[in-house]
Ligand binder design. Structure first.
Ligand SMILES: O=C(O)C1=C[C@@H](OP(=O)(O)O)[C@@H](O)[C@H](O)C1
Ligand SMILES: C=C(OP(=O)(O)O)C(=O)O
Length: 413
């Protein structure tokens, strides 16, 4: 499917319900598999959440998580600790290039039985579930925080709980804190101090209902739209100032780009509007804590003609695609001058924007969604637009509500 985008008719204010955070949803599903008396409201409708939910129904057989990193990592730990499970866990060809050795080593050190079926360090995996008796494990924390969250999420089901020592510089730390908060919220004793995470074992919890907050990473595309507009106003429902998601940092990041966020406590929504039209010449940010915002911020800065330097991005090359290189190729087509190295991207201040460019998405939902707001500045096309369903199946429908014209064309394979 191809998306043909341009300017349409802009309503005064559009109200959008993005849907539940996929990160919170996928953690809560793993916890619910251990404690049935958790009721989850506003669960994400993303592909990544659906594959995890389906996977959890399997005890014996093959589970394919496609492109879902959290599902791959969380299910590896879950099945490894689930006595009686015999699972082949696999994913898309890209998933088979995304490393998982750090997590598999940690679990095998705890007594698990996980084997590689093809390349050492990568899915597919053969997992035989066992009782994991050991309590202590050390894990490299500078590759993906998902390995640590995966271990934390199964800790309550281990007879002795778990103490995880984080080695190296911890990246994507807010995601570890999100896992910790959710564990505490359901009544598990958990703490994270210096570089040690410790979590107690627990058999039962009190019944609890948890409402998943909407997805802040997905909100970034609407921040970008408002920033690139003259006067768009957009209201996003089910958000709060007191968020578990690190990407809530958007409100302060986009303040620098002229977007004001009002937190409406009466109905838990946020209203975005363009306030400051005096923009800086350049923006420099370290995104170690918020890697999923990199593509959005890079594209917004380019569209606004602001030079930008984004650092702390060493993990981007092992995500859905090598995101730094994908950004460089696509922004260059639009007329940008882009420099990348292994952990950063620099984009020169630019005044030209080439029209009618066809953006490739590299099987990465965030490539499609991050480039879409540029339609406010120039007509463009986005190839393989269906990729958005990985995290945000209604993205194109919601984008239209803001006034962007969006024609979706089926393409023959
Ligand atoms: O735990 C999570 O829900 C996530 C953690 C981050 O991954 P890394 O820890 O690999 O950076 C983030 O990029 C991903 O979209 C979701
Ligand atoms: C990196 C992402 O997801 P995952 O690692 O869970 O596939 C993402 O959604 O941007």
């Amino acid at each position: 499917m191809k998306a043909i985008l341009g300017r349409g008719k802009f309503p005064k204010n559009s109200i959008i319900n993005i849907g539940g955070s996929k990160s919170e949803s996928n953690r809560l599903l793993i916890l619910k598999a251990q404690f049935q008396n958790i009721t989850i409201k506003n669960l994400s409708e993303s592909d990544d959440t659906n594959v995890l939910q389906q996977g959890l129904k399997t005890v014996n057989g093959t589970v394919n998580v496609h492109h879902a990193g959290t599902a791959m990592r969380f299910l590896t730990a879950y099945f490894a600790a689930k006595e009686g499970a015999e699972i082949i866990l696999t994913g898309s060809s890209r998933m088979q290039e995304r490393p998982i050795g750090v997590l598999v080593d940690a679990l095998n050190n705890l007594g698990a039985d996980i084997q590689y079926l093809q390349n050492e360090g990568y899915p597919p995996l053969k997992i035989k579930g066992k009782k994991l008796q050991k309590r202590n494990v050390a894990v490299q924390a500078d590759i993906s925080s998902q390995y640590i969250s995966a271990l934390m999420l199964i800790a309550p089901m281990l007879p002795n709980g778990l103490e995880i020592t984080l080695k190296g510089k911890t990246i994507s730390k807010p995601y570890i804190e999100m896992t910790l908060s959710l564990l505490k919220q359901i009544g598990v004793q958990a703490n994270f101090h210096n570089n040690i995470v410790s979590i107690s074992s627990l058999d039962k919890i009190e019944a609890i209902e948890i409402i998943v907050e909407s997805d802040w990473s997905a909100a970034s595309y609407f921040y970008s739209l408002v920033a690139l507009s003259e006067d768009l106003e957009i209201t996003l429902t089910s958000f709060s100032e007191d968020s578990l998601q690190g990407d809530a940092a958007l409100s302060s990041i986009y303040k620098k780009l002229g977007v004001q966020t009002v937190f409406n406590t009466f109905d838990n929504s946020i209203s975005l509007s363009k306030k400051n039209k005096q923009l800086p010449d350049s923006l420099k940010l370290n995104l170690t804590n918020t890697p999923d915002l990199a593509q959005t911020v890079a594209v917004t800065c380019f569209g606004l003609g602001i030079a930008c330097e984004l650092t702390g991005l060493q993990t981007l090359k092992i995500k859905e695609t090598d995101r730094l290189s994908a950004l460089q190729i696509e922004l260059t087509k639009l007329g940008a001058v882009v420099h990348i190295d292994c952990a950063s991207i620099r984009i020169r201040k630019s005044t030209q924007l080439v029209p009618n460019v066809i953006i490739e998405t590299y099987q990465d939902h965030r490539m499609a969604m991050a480039f879409a707001p540029l339609a406010l500045k120039t007509p463009l096309r986005i190839n393989n637009a269906g990729v958005v369903s990985k995290s945000y199946p209604n993205f194109w429908k919601d984008l239209k509500k803001t006034g962007i014209s969006c024609e979706l064309l089926k393409t023959t394979p």
